[in-house]
Design a protein. Structure first.
Length: 344
């Protein structure tokens, strides 16, 4: 059983689930994998958890599962509270958790998984090195369950390690129009980090693909992010975490448990594999040279040169000219031979 905190179309958790299922099916082709969405980006709170429990208890009455995989914080919180009433003692593998403390597993020895931990320190050091004159770091964050988890983990860590003055652009205090208005008026010595904006104070819901391009377009200063699902939507880039890697690790843990390993013997993976990736369009917009980026950085969305855009046409004409040159050369040789024959 897979319990996805969100909805189909939310790219990060979709990446986790897709890779998890692919890896399991590759090793266990006959596996019966069920998938349920909690849809907590649209509906959350205690009442929603109770309704979701009622739905599962009716739909799967009498069914047992070999393992439960939960994706992200809401599903993890749900299974901790309701598992004993649904599938007591069934092993649980979690993924994509933004807030984790070891004490959370004291009463759950059959739980293990991987944390969604961005490399905050390296990202902050990156921003400081690329923008030495910047003084203020603005964090865009909302008050959803995931947003609050990020506030406790990432935001507080940033405060502790950076030389920047840290300020919040808080979805619990402003709506989208107010956010965009504020972004247009940021000082030149500011930098923005997009953490999450999927609900504002008017309780309107947003997708990253909808709101992030607006944020980056209205911001006159660079916007960074910590997840690869934000790349291509306007952010400069950063050391980015990947949902695909989360799915791979969760699948590996699942296969070990299904092969007989006790979940308590599999340590929680506290580090995530993050890679430096950047959007060339944003780099050029803010005059950030590629040589200033960390070694091994991947730059995407590069503008194609004239040759790259028209390579086939160029080589077609080169071929035509080459053939014409060969024909002319052949004709010249033939004429010389003919002239020599006539003189003889």
């Amino acid at each position: 059983m897979i319990i996805n905190s969100y909805h189909h179309g939310y790219r990060f958790s979709d990446d986790i689930v897709r890779v998890f299922r692919e890896d399991l099916k590759a090793r266990l082709p006959d596996a019966d994998i069920r998938l349920e969405y909690m849809d907590t980006k649209r509906y959350d709170g205690r009442a929603h958890f109770e309704l979701f429990y009622s739905y599962l208890s009716r739909k799967y009455a009498g069914e047992r599962f070999d393992l439960i995989m939960v994706s992200d914080d809401p599903a993890f919180l749900f299974i901790r509270e309701f598992q004993t009433r649904l599938w007591s003692d069934t092993p649980v593998v979690f993924s994509g958790l933004n807030h984790f403390e070891p004490e959370m597993l004291q009463e759950y020895p059959h739980h293990t998984g991987i944390i969604e931990k961005s490399d905050i320190e390296d990202n902050v050091r990156l921003i400081e090195s690329l923008h030495p004159d910047a003084r203020t770091l603005y964090l865009i964050i909302d008050n959803t369950i995931t947003g609050e988890a990020l506030r406790k983990s990432e935001s507080e860590t940033i405060r502790q390690i950076t030389r920047f003055e840290v300020r919040f652009l808080d979805g619990g205090e402003m709506n989208l129009d107010e956010l965009l208005f504020a972004l247009e008026r940021l000082p030149r010595d500011a930098v923005v980090v997009y953490q999450l904006w999927q609900r504002d104070r008017s309780m309107r819901r947003y997708e990253h693909e909808e709101v992030l391009p607006l944020i980056c377009r209205h911001a006159s200063v660079p916007v960074y992010g910590f997840s690869d699902i934000y790349l291509g939507l306007g952010i400069v880039g950063g050391k980015l975490i990947s949902g695909r890697e989360q799915g791979e690790v969760a699948a590996d843990m699942t296969l070990r448990i299904l092969s007989g390993t006790d979940p308590g013997e599999i340590p929680v993976q506290l580090d995530s594999c993050c890679k430096y990736r950047f959007d060339d369009r944003a780099l050029r917009r803010f005059h950030i040279p590629a040589r200033a980026l960390p070694s091994g950085s991947e730059i995407l969305y590069r503008s194609l040169s004239f040759y790259s855009r028209h390579k086939k046409v160029i080589w077609f004409f080169i071929g035509i000219v080459g053939i014409q040159f060969i024909l002319i050369f052949y004709l010249l040789i033939s004429r010389r031979k003919l002239a020599a024959t006539e003189r003889a």
